[in-house]
Design a protein around this ligand. Structure first.
Ligand code: PLP
Length: 417
């Protein structure tokens, strides 16, 4: 089934969605999926796929250590990707960028290399009830191992942070505030700038989990003034296996290594070792070279577009989806915050989310069903799972119509009135 952009998609802004869709090989095949699981991972444009292939086909040497042309070319491409990343998030320079395998590894890096050496009993780690498990478990482990206390900013019924008690939660015992920028369940965009400023006032460090925001919004780490900022390549048109930790230089210098091995050392003797300069001190072993190069290509693809148009387009698509879903009998949508990103979690009375996702799959519609790695949210809402549709700028209103028609079919199939 081919689902092209309708006139409505093109009307109030001049984003050429049909042209964009042509850039994505998976959207040009004989069976085109109605892919609405972009919060899990996005599709990849041809330019990203070809940047990865080019590395493997033309210069697949190791980086940093090879004293020959191919190796130098690979090193340049890998370090160029670091430069592009620094520019993409407005970091002062590329030494602030540590490549990781994803957001999960980036947060674990901070929890291990900073948390384990700097936290002690009596200290507090502050996160939110809205976190993805990857910004909960590393802190639970650190709290367990150091004796520090893990505290949570609660959430409201409508999927926003409840900041009514923030002055008690954020107190002189707080050593780090680690928070999700955009919720992968509700779509809520959290007031991270405000929380970072508050944390700074009491001398706490800050970490932003930007896995869901960076793909959709221009971000400026210098303006945010956070200490750490983490995101994944695969959620922003890039490959899997690559992620980014932005970390302030003084902190990188002061932190212990995360993992030991090749590349992260300067001198090794039988008894002790010294560490490489930052950020390479945190990149032990052969890095994900092709993936970093692919991530650079993804950033180039995104910045080649008018980002204001992309944001407007995704906002319009999300509003259209909310309105259309609300017309379905028995529909509950979780979260109604503004501003929000292009993620909608919902349940339909009488159909389990897993059953719904399965029926939708029979209609060629790919959505996610489950707890979305955010079980504290599910507990707060008193549910076990939701269905989640999440969009990217290659999606169309026609695809949203297909989603809604398929939900109606699922209701009929289940015998619901
Ligand atoms: N943080 C958020 C908000 C996410 O949505 C996800 C993935 O869904 C992650 C972290 C983990 O990302 P990754 O699996 O790429 O490490």
């Amino acid at each position: 089934m081919i689902t092209m952009a309708t006139k409505e998609d093109q009307s109030s802004a001049t984003l050429d969605v049909n042209a964009i869709r042509h850039d994505f090989p998976i959207l040009s095949g004989s069976t085109v999926p109605i892919y609405l699981d972009n919060a899990a991972t996005t599709l990849k444009p041809a330019s990203v796929i070809s940047a990865i292939n080019k590395y493997y086909e033309e210069y697949s040497a190791n980086v940093h250590r090879s004293i020959y042309a191919l190796g130098e070319k690979a090193t340049k491409a890998y370090e160029d990707a670091r430069e592009k990343t620094a520019r993409f998030i407005n970091a002062p320079d590329s030494s602030h960028i540590i490549f990781t395998s994803g957001t999960t590894e980036a947060i674990n890096l901070v929890a291990y290399a900073w948390g384990r050496y700097n936290l002690k009993p009596g200290d507090e780690i502050l996160i939110t009830e809205m976190e993805h498990h990857s910004n909960i478990i590393p802190w639970q482990l650190v709290a367990r191992d150091t004796g520090a206390t893990l505290r949570y900013i609660p959430i409201t019924e409508n999927g926003s942070l409840d900041l009514s008690n923030i002055d008690e939660l954020l107190n002189p015992k707080t050593k780090i505030v680690a928070m999700i920028h955009q919720s992968n369940v509700f779509g809520t965009l959290n007031p991270v700038a405000q929380l970072i400023a508050k944390a700074k006032d009491i001398g706490a460090l800050t970490l932003v989990d930007a896995a869901q925001s960076v793909p959709h919004l221009p971000v400026d780490v210098a303006a945010l003034d956070c200490d750490f900022f983490a995101f994944s390549g695969h959620k922003m048109l890039g490959p899997t296996g690559i992620g980014v930790l932005y970390a302030r230089l003084e902190l990188q210098e002061a932190m212990e290594p995360f993992q030991g091995g090749g590349e992260m050392i300067q001198q090794v003797t039988m008894d002790s070792s010294t560490w490489n300069d930052v950020p390479w001190k945190f990149e032990a072993g052969t890095p994900n070279i092709a993936q970093a190069i692919g991530l650079g290509a993804a950033m180039e693809y995104i910045t080649s577009k008018d980002r204001t148009l992309l944001i407007q387009y995704e906002k319009r698509l999300t509003n259209y989806a909310i309105k259309s879903l609300q017309d379905i009998t028995g529909m509950t949508i979780y979260g109604d915050s503004d501003p929000r990103g292009p993620v909608i979690s919902f349940n339909v009375d009488g159909i389990h989310p897993h059953d719904l996702a399965q029926v939708l799959d029979q209609h060629n519609v790919a959505v996610r069903a489950g707890h979305h790695c955010a079980q504290p949210i599910m507990n707060r809402l008193g549910i076990t799972a939701t269905t989640r549709a999440s969009f990217f700028f290659y999606n169309t209103s026609k695809e949203i119509d297909s989603l809604c028609e398929s939900i109606e079919d699922a209701r009929k199939f289940m015998g619901l009135k």
